[in-house]
Design a protein. Sequence first.
Length: 508
Amino acid sequence: MKNEKNSSVSRRRAIGLLGLGVIAMQYPMNWYQVKSDRKNLKSKELHYLTIQEIGELIRTKEVSSVELTENMLERINTIDVELHSYITVLKVSALLRAGVLDEELKNGKYRGPLHGVPIAVKDLFYTRDVRTTGGTIVNDFVPDFDATVVSRLKEAGAVILGKLSMSEGAYVSHHPDFKVPKNPWDHRRFTGVSSSGSGVATAAGLCFGSLGTDTGGSIRFPSAANGIVGLKPTYGRVSRYGVMPLALSMDHVGPMTRSVADAATMFQIIAGSDPNDPECLNNPVPNITSKLDGNIKGVRIGFDSKYASENVEKQVKEATQSVLEVLTSLGAEIIEVQMPDVSQLVEAWVKIAGSEAVMIHSETYPSLLAEYGEGFRKVLEASSKLSEIELKNARKIRAEITAGYEQMLSTVDAFVCPTMWCPPGIYAEAEIPGDFRSIDPSPWTNEIFTKPANFSGSPSLTVPCGFTDEGIPLSVQFIGKKLSEEMICRIGYAYEQKTEWHKKHPDV
């Protein structure tokens, strides 16, 4: 896999750095000589709070970052043994960072709403001196710089707890060297890919928010499956410098949180121009959180009744209809619109994403073919055989769908549809553990709801919208014109405040 400029590290150095980490982690929890005041720490009241709530407790010194970080680390140590959401836990550096941030606050330096808040990132974001695997065979790569978004989180005062599990290469299947994360609502069920660890850790209260990436639904599927909020911003809104890619023409970076306001908060911090990413936009980043007042009177929201119901599971249809009723009660106007033909969407996406992945993995595929997991290996093998005519046709289909999609979006303020056509399914016994395609029913129908926004680069917000009869989360998507993150967050926030589904958490 191709390394970023100036980030090549020998295997010996990588292993050495990891060895130092292991040695340091053998020290007792209080080796950093910061004493925490346990009387203020009531874990049951803290770990499911939102970033805004816990950030205010830190700002007012009702709880310290060290206390909070200790609490998170203890939960990870206890709970993640079963959930497998983390690949790497940064116990020592997280506690040290928390201590520094507490001292800053004591001395009058306050960095903002993320000051001292424990956050985690998907394991394809470069983290200086911390191994970054991408869920792949490159399991001893240690970057010597942070991804732009990681730098921005740190500058904003976040405590980075660790690196989160993901499917191999940010595609579909998990590499056999890594344990497949478990859905905290029901361990038998689909967690969503590829940001599986981000979805699980955020839902289970093992961090207060996380970063994910989305090439075809990889922020939105895990958010939907685990009952949290996921924001896929406009293409180019957030830098991808220092982020291991899957398909550069469709890769997006975004936050995964337990509330819309938290997603907006993280988005405002990580978004913005970056000279190191040529695709990154220079548009000003709006102050979305200041506009979240619950007022969506007169907002025109498009809905395609056929698109949102054809081959869609009954409970999903009912939940979506309930969403429309809530939006109407809030004063929004539901407008019937028509989606473009998406019958060839998935096939075109698979070819485009696969062909770009082959180029990205050119240094390790096919030379290290046997080291790839079976699922991703099959993708690379099939994609390497595509003809130029096939790719040209796939790009043509993408252009046609994008044109129709953008035209539809231009007629309304936002568009609403399910995130998934069915609740997260139960994994079947499969040759490829954790393979998205191994669940019943077939997931490919789900993709018609997420992939159009990757083709077009339109922003999309996934929000919890209820539960099945079995207590499994359901989800809805709000999609907007490019650069309309403010609008979709306003709608999502208004819906969220009216329903409060986001306040339901798994019993872990």
